[in-house]
Design a protein around this ligand. Structure first.
Ligand SMILES: NC(=O)c1ccc[n+]([C@@H]2O[C@H](COP(=O)([O-])OP(=O)(O)OC[C@H]3O[C@@H](n4cnc5c(N)ncnc54)[C@H](OP(=O)(O)O)[C@@H]3O)[C@@H](O)[C@H]2O)c1
Length: 266
């Protein structure tokens, strides 16, 4: 490489915006990473509990590099969250975007939900996103271009899912976390928005079913009842998330964006 090519490469690297994605090893988080990397405008840091799963995801995305890093982090542990944010910021010289995507889905209603299930849903789906927002603000407020936060809630946060008490409550609270943070952080040019996916074909949803064939049968039957005639794919949600991270959403904050193929209209 010639010195001038090196200079162009360095300059391009400097212009890339770093986005941290929790739950980036699969489903919606992985698809979002793919979307962002394809634009050539971002650096992506994938967070998740399992290093091999993250490394496999990174391999599918073209391998860990200047534009892609992976960080094992259990969102139930505050110290790991703070450490991961600081590490991403120092590795990539700051943080521009945060996608609070990781989530757990415990089954249970009013009587059957255990205290452990409640605590896990509130910790992973709500407390961790709060702690992450708190941690990234320090870095985003130093950026001349501000920062972008996207929370992945759920239609269950607007209309509770059957037998998913802790999940629905945590996702509803995430919507209020979005609006409250948006109101406060606007002064630092940090936008905070929220997407509410409906049924999306991902490992989290597959796990509701006893087998993959049962899951596929469910997706086909249920999807056919939606106005758009199908359940969602991770890419369907990655697009709106990318929109909120991009330049066309500079004046959008506190928004709650439903991505559900029209399901809530039924
Ligand atoms: N699929 C749907 O129908 C649907 C609908 C509405 C909303 N959503 C939301 O979409 C988001 C992404 O889910 P998905 O559907 O794409 O399923 P997914 O592929 O299973 O993603 C969930 C992610 O959460 C991560 N995670 C769970 N517990 C964690 C912990 N303690 N620490 C760190 N990471 C943890 C998992 O990473 P590791 O296992 O690697 O740790 C996993 O990558 C979730 O917030 C979910 O509630 C999904």
């Amino acid at each position: 490489m010639t010195p001038s090519q090196n200079f162009v490469n360095d300059k391009t690297q400097q212009q890339l915006k770093t986005v941290l994605i929790t739950g980036g090893g699969s489903g919606i988080g992985f698809a979002t990473a793919q979307h962002l990397l394809r634009t050539g405008k971002y650096r992506v840091a994938l967070l998740g509990r399992e290093k091999p799963k993250l490394e496999e995801a990174a391999h599918k995305l073209g391998g860990a590099s200047e534009t892609l890093s992976v960080l094992p982090c259990d969102l139930r542990k505050t110290s790991e969250i703070r450490r991961a944010v600081d590490k991403v910021a120092s590795q990539h010289k700051g943080i521009y975007g945060l996608v609070n995507n990781a989530g757990v889905y415990p089954f249970g209603g009013v009587v059957s939900t255990t205290e452990e299930q409640w605590d896990e849903a509130m910790t992973v789906n709500l407390k961790a996103p709060f702690l992450l927002i708190q941690s990234v603000v320090e870095y985003m407020s130093k950026n001349s271009e501000g920062g972008r936060i996207v929370n992945v809630s759920s239609t269950a946060g607007l209309l509770p899912n059957h037998f998913a008490l802790a999940y629905s409550v945590s996702k509803a609270a995430m919507i209020q976390l979005t609006k409250t943070a948006a109101k406060e952080l606007g002064k630092d040019n940090i936008t905070v928005n929220c997407v509410c996916p409906g049924i999306v074909r991902t490992p989290l949803h597959d796990a509701y079913h006893r087998s993959q064939s049962e899951a596929e049968e469910f997706y086909a039957k249920r999807g056919a009842t939606f106005p758009l005639g199908r359940v969602g794919e991770p890419d369907d949600v990655a697009g709106p998330i990318s929109f909120f991270l991009g330049e066309n959403a500079a004046w959008v904050t506190g928004d709650v964006f439903v991505v559900d193929g029209g399901r809530l209209l039924l």
